[in-house]
Design a binder for this molecule. Sequence first.
Ligand SMILES: [Cu+2]
Length: 357
Amino acid sequence: MSFYHHYVSPHLLDLAMSSKAFRKPRARTLAPAQGRILEIGFGTGMNLQYYPDTVRRIEAIDPDLDLDRFSQPRIDASSIEVDFHHLDAEHLPFEAERFDTVVSTLTLCSIPDVVHALGEIRRVLKLPPWLRFLLPYKRRDQASLTALEQQRFLCAFEVLNANGTLGQLVDIHAQPHQMHHTLRFLPWHRIYLIKLEQALRAIHPDVTLPYWDWTKSTEQSIPVWLAGVTPTVVTPTRTIAVTRASNSSSDLATIASNTPTALAQTTFNTFTSTLEGIHDSIHVWVGGTMGSIPTAPADPLFWMHHCNIDRLWWQWQTSSAGAGKNPPVSGAAAVMDPWPATEADTRDIVALGYTYA
Ligand SMILES: [Cu+2]
């Protein structure tokens, strides 16, 4: 082991982690900790002082032996009993659903195989199924995301790519579900977005789908933070290497200038066909992977583009032009296959758990 790793790095870590900037987030994060607790990445034991008074005992793991001389004094000084193991998070020797709380602060992205580790965490955690759907959340303009929020989104997106969730969703978009150039276009894609978003939020609860608001002149180009994000997506049937071949900002401005016309429509049929036309042109404007229906969702930009379409639909739904005007579909056409959700389920985004900021 190098001099740096053995002598310098633990001090730097302890210094960084004890920073004032982390105090409030730590206390806030740890406030709900209860029951049987597992802390992943115990590090120098910095969290101990932030657990609520009701916590008497925790189990903790960290693979790094060099941190013991920092953590041991903190364990000795704490009223909390710490059952500590030198382990990595990819292999947890605990039975399923052992813990009520799993704590991980500022450690997840240092785990080499985070996909495996998250699977292990899910396995040992008792998770009430209603929890994920309890709190309403906001979708925000991609241009308003902080660097940390961008990083979180991309981290969660990469995990879903690595674990196959994204690939499965991409293949669903390649199947014939009558979701383009039909009255199902908006309700079907509303469900589709939620499927990815729920998966993202299972990886990181603070992540929501951002929307790419190409109606704003300031966003009429490929968002800078996504310019270099062109993943390779392995689906159950193929491998897609994302490419783009985008056109000029003025071209995008011309396409987007039709949006007020769409929003002014007073029937669902004319509204959805006008908006879908704009949507199609933007797919073609981005080009490459986005220019073809079977591959488009491999590009993270797809989700932000469709999120903006969904937002504009909601804007129309809550305007005088569109209020109460639902997609006129019935029978099989009203079921958003391959999912059981119906058109009626998609009408109210607040009931679905989200809003637009
Ligand atoms: Cu689509």
